[in-house]
Design a binder for this molecule. Structure first.
Ligand SMILES: [Cu+2]
Length: 483
């Protein structure tokens, strides 16, 4: 009986939910991480469940042929839960592949989790932990056909119960062959009516109970941190607001990612023809202020990446309308890029010339990108003489940063050569080591910058690739078609 009340309650819930809401990164839930498990190099991708408790799908690709066994276990990212490790599941080797393993893991509660991958092989065993936010993004909706069928069943059962009750009073004690008298028929009518009343009351109570349960879950469904942006020539002010979600989420617990509490991407809409990567400073908890660079007039979409002390990353989204106004110089880690309007996207373009000489080459083959598949986005920076550069420098600890936007900004991802996990989340995982993930320090830097990424859905995307050469941060924009 309660089941029949599901569709209405769930429909209501579905309306309450913000569509497309996701975690750090907007509209893109998958985690991709490239790292070392002891002597083995692994590319791990995790598709977290949309409903929690739920099953995460994990895929591990080993670059080394001597890996024999891969084990997976989910753990809370920090706290006591991270110290007591349950028995790991053995991942299944994908038939027909040499080094690809898959596994399915239950994520039992919302919050900041890690998937711990253990690789065992000829050279011993090694571990790699990948931070994974488990965010209930929606409630499941009941299928309309099922709802109608269940409603019909409830109607049948309810009326059936009433008519059985009536018949039992009217005819149960009647001698065979005799017709019920007036008195029996009246009593039967009364009992039928009373049964209908009882059934209706039970349905009503069931509905109330269902609504209460549904509301409880709707509070549990992830609600991203909200952001309000205001700005003029004097600067930009950002205010974060917690719409209420898990009690463990706070706004005064942010941890720095490469010395910055917020990495803010500012994109002009709808053309996606300007992008700014800025780092406003926290003036007090949940409030940020930054200089306003010289932005051309327009409507801007803001994506503010933050990481909590729990290792949970979030992206706060806001919009800002700006007139043509003078601005201030940008900070040393800030970057600006320009590109043609996305409406004239040129998906065939593989080379972008740089104002400071030379060019960026997107080293992609003819294979089209496919939604949900992990691809390497590989870029090479060339000097004016056509030779690969020897002069790349680390830009905020990384060889490169990329901002990826779907043509309508329904997807935003900020990724690095190690993948989609923010460095600050890795640092929390590794006990606060601020240099977590910097596996390039001190080494000679290559001219090629590569990012593992899985486009979440088909469509046109713009990839803003940012790097530092000879002390100057540069941005090159490329377009991609994803099938
Ligand atoms: Cu970055």
């Amino acid at each position: 009986m309660k089941a029949a009340m599901k569709p209405r309650a769930l429909l209501f819930l579905a309306i309450l939910l913000v569509p497309g809401a996701a975690h750090a990164h907007v509209g893109d839930q998958d985690i991709v991480h490239d790292g070392a498990a002891g002597p083995y190099r692994l590319l791990v991708s995790v598709r977290p469940p949309q409903v929690i408790p739920g099953v995460a799908e994990v895929e591990v690709l080993s670059s080394d042929a001597d890996v024999k066994v891969v084990k997976l276990v989910p753990l809370p990212l920090s706290g006591d839960g991270a110290r007591f490790v349950p028995t790991a599941d053995v991942a299944t080797r994908v038939p027909g592949t040499a080094q690809s393993y898959v596994g399915r893991l239950w994520m039992m509660s919302a919050g900041s989790w890690q998937v711990r991958v253990t690789a065992e092989g000829d050279r011993g065993s090694g571990q790699l932990s990948v931070p994974v936010p488990a965010l209930p993004l929606r409630t499941r909706e009941m299928h309309r056909g099922l709802a109608l069928a269940l409603f019909a069943v409830v109607l049948f059962l309810g009326l059936g119960a009433a008519s059985i009750a009536g018949a039992s009073v009217r005819e149960a004690q009647l001698p065979p062959g005799e017709a019920p008298d007036r008195k029996r028929r009246r009593r039967a009518l009364l009992v039928t009516g009373a049964t209908i009343a009882v059934v209706t009351a039970a349905l009503y109570g069931g509905n109330k109970w269902w609504d209460a349960e549904a509301e409880g879950y709707s509070n549990y469904v992830y609600k991203p941190v909200q952001m309000k942006a205001t700005g003029d020539a004097h600067g930009m002010d950002l205010e974060l607001h917690d719409p209420g979600w898990l009690k463990s989420r706070k706004l005064d617990d942010l941890v720095p990612d490469h010395d910055h509490l917020m990495h803010l991407f500012v994109v002009r809409m709808p053309a996606l023809d300007r992008i700014y990567h800025l780092h406003p400073e926290a003036t007090e908890p949940a409030r940020f202020h930054g200089a306003m660079p010289e932005l051309p007039a327009g409507h801007y979409q803001l994506f503010g990446d933050i990481v909590h002390a729990t290792g949970l990353p979030e992206t706060a989204v806001a919009t800002l309308d700006l007139p043509d106004e003078p601005g201030s110089p940008m900070g040393p880690d800030d970057a600006a890029g320009a590109a043609p309007p996305i409406a004239t996207a040129d998906r065939a373009r593989r080379e972008v010339p740089l104002a400071s000489g030379g060019k960026v080459v997107w080293m992609k083959d003819a294979t089209p990108f496919k939604a949900g598949r992990v691809d390497w986005l590989r870029f090479r920076v060339d000097e004016a003489d056509g030779q690969p550069t020897h002069e790349l420098e680390l830009y905020m600890g990384m060889l490169g940063h990329a901002g990826i936007l779907a043509h309508d900004a329904s997807v935003f991802a900020h990724i690095h050569p190690t993948g989609s996990v923010p460095m600050a989340s890795l640092a929390v995982l590794q006990g606060g080591d601020p240099h977590a993930g910097h596996h390039l320090d001190g080494a000679a830097l290559p001219a090629e910058v590569r990012f593992p990424y899985s486009f979440p859905k088909p469509g046109t995307y713009r990839v803003f690739m940012q790097f530092k050469r000879r002390g100057k941060i540069e941005t090159a924009a490329f377009d991609a078609q994803v099938e």
